[in-house]
Design a protein around this ligand. Structure first.
Ligand code: CDP
Ligand code: CDP
Length: 232
């Protein structure tokens, strides 16, 4: 019998979910899955097909084309994590722009998109041994996950972190736009009808506004070890 567990990490934008999920997956030899990258990939598809014009989004046309949207991950041993591919094209870098961030929550509110992506996520995690981060992993994708973590931090702290990342990448952005995007996404993600961002009743909340990456890692690792001990 497999003694591997499922770890669900949910929370607001730029709380450090993917950083901690990658570290824990590496430490345990588990598969890491960035579910947000999948919603970003569908958004990128819609943008490149002209289905999003300024604030206008043709959801019906996207739903009609969903069958030809193929998303998968390929492990990059140099980077140490799996990169996301859309119809065989590596789009890992292209999906991290503020432009994609500014539309993704609208695309992620479409039930047909969620249904397709949740099915892929459940398939990847069906044998456990997976760390997945997102918004609905502990509530919808893996409601029976042995460990659920809900990450929070103040909007300003998160916007500062994301702004720094975008500047380091060489993107031309201003802090105020990044903060506005973080706040808008928090609102859209938390208030949508289908699978809103909410803390699962059995999730452990971690506010990392004042935690370094190392402190955060130690805290989560302790929870992981306790959970694995409990399931043995
Ligand atoms: O990295 P960041 O926190 O900025 O966002 P992300 O994890 O890449 O997710 C981008 C967007 O995808 C979120 O703002 C949500 O709108 C959507 N998302 C979702 O609806 N459900 C998930 N499980 C993951 C992401
Ligand atoms: O996946 P999510 O959007 O929740 O966040 P992330 O991409 O893991 O982290 C966003 C940025 O915040 C990264 O540059 C992290 O290094 C940084 N971060 C930090 O400085 N301190 C923390 N305690 C957590 C994240």
């Amino acid at each position: 019998m497999s003694d591997k567990i499922t770890i669900a990490i949910d929370g607001y934008s730029s709380t450090g979910k993917s950083t901690i999920a990658k570290q824990i997956a590496k430490h345990l030899g588990y598969v890491y899955v960035d579910s947000g990258a999948m919603y970003r990939a569908v958004t990128y598809y819609a943008m490149t097909k002209g289905l999003i014009h300024e604030s206008d989004f043709n959801a019906e046309a996207l739903i009609y084309q969903l069958d030809i949207v193929h998303i998968n991950f390929k492990f990059n041993s140099e980077l140490g994590f799996a990169e996301v591919y859309l119809n065989n094209q590596n789009i890992e870098k292209a999906i991290r722009t503020l432009e994609v961030s500014s539309f993704v929550s609208k695309v992620a509110a479409v039930s047909e998109v969620r249904k397709k992506l949740v099915a892929i996520q459940q398939q990847i995690g069906k044998n456990k041994g997976v760390v997945m981060d997102g918004r609905d992993i502990g509530t919808v994708v893996f409601p029976d996950a042995e460990l659920k973590i809900f990450m929070t931090a103040s909007a300003e702290t998160r916007a500062q972190r994301r702004y720094k990342e975008l500047i380091e990448r060489g993107d031309d952005v201003v802090y105020d736009s990044v903060l506005k995007n973080v706040q808008e996404r928090d609102h859209l993600d938390s208030t949508r009808k289908d699978s809103p961002l909410v803390k699962a009743d059995d999730a452990i909340e971690i506010d990392n506004s004042n935690l370094s990456l190392q402190e955060q890692f130690e805290k989560v690792l302790q929870l992981v070890s306790m959970t694995i001990e409990d399931t043995e």
